[in-house]
Design a protein around this ligand. Structure first.
Ligand code: 5RP
Length: 231
């Protein structure tokens, strides 16, 4: 195991390594984005170096593509392989029904496309990500078309959220798809993720939300006592 700098990172590494064991010979694998997913990508690369053969991997972001390419993982795309055997990614919050908030890394659109293209979606996390109700620890990220920033922000505020345009330094953060991210805080939490997701999707120009509902089949949580699996 490589140099982990704090307990949380050690737990993420445990989850990533356990998830890499789920990858089987010949699979098409979706690669998530973020620090926990990066541990998975590194563990997968190690298995490939040891002789595992996969058909290819599809990355959910430019950052993950670069990491995977540097590690020698064979890369492919959804045009060549429209269906993934397995998709493994992190999450910002995970509720007891395995509904998720994702997108702190800004890759939620591609992540949701890969999750929806996978036969099996497995989440890797540390215990800090498990919550009773979504929306209390992380704002909900939504990806929007830059042209519609102001009207969309107002419409989301009308749903009761505090809305902040995400920045990278002084400039707005730009996604891999050339869009903006709005981080939306719901002060009372999100009591009905499905209903909120539907209301957000009714806003024209809003491309995707970070609510992943009924998508994950399994969650692997690394922690002080090893690995726990929820499904
Ligand atoms: C990126 C994501 C990440 O999976 C999520 O933010 C978790 O990140 P980390 O594993 O670094 O805690 O959704 O868009």
């Amino acid at each position: 195991m490589s140099s982990a700098t704090n307990p949380q990172d050690t737990w993420k590494q445990l989850a990533g390594a356990a998830a890499a064991e789920l990858v089987e010979e010949g699979m098409v694998v979706g690669l998530g984005t973020g620090s926990t997913a990066s541990h998975f990508v590194q563990a997968l690369a190690q298995r490939i170096q040891q002789g595992l053969h996969i058909t290819g991997a599809v990355a959910s972001s430019q950052a993950t593509y670069t990491l995977a390419a540097d590690l020698g993982i064979p890369l492919t795309d959804l045009d060549t392989h429209p269906e993934l055997d397995i998709y493994i990614d992190g999450a910002d919050e995970i509720d007891p029904q395995l509904c998720l908030i994702k997108g702190a890394g800004g890759a939620l659109l591609r992540e949701k496309i890969l999750a929806s293209s996978a036969r099996r979606f497995v989440v890797v996390a540390d215990p800090t990500k498990r919550v009773e109700q979504l929306g209390h620890h992380y704002p909900l990220p939504v990806e929007v078309i830059p042209l519609a920033l102001t009207p969309i922000s107002r419409k989301i505020a009308n749903l009761g959220a505090q809305v902040k345009l995400r920045h990278a330094g002084a400039a707005p953060f730009i996604t891999d798809n050339h869009n903006f991210i709005l981080d939306c805080t719901f002060p009372q939490g999100i009591s009905d993720p499905g209903a909120l997701n539907a209301r957000l999707h009714a806003i024209v120009g809003l491309v995707e939300t970070g609510l992943f509902i009924d998508m994950a089949q399994q969650v692997i949580v690394g922690g002080p006592d090893g690995v726990q699996v929820f499904q």
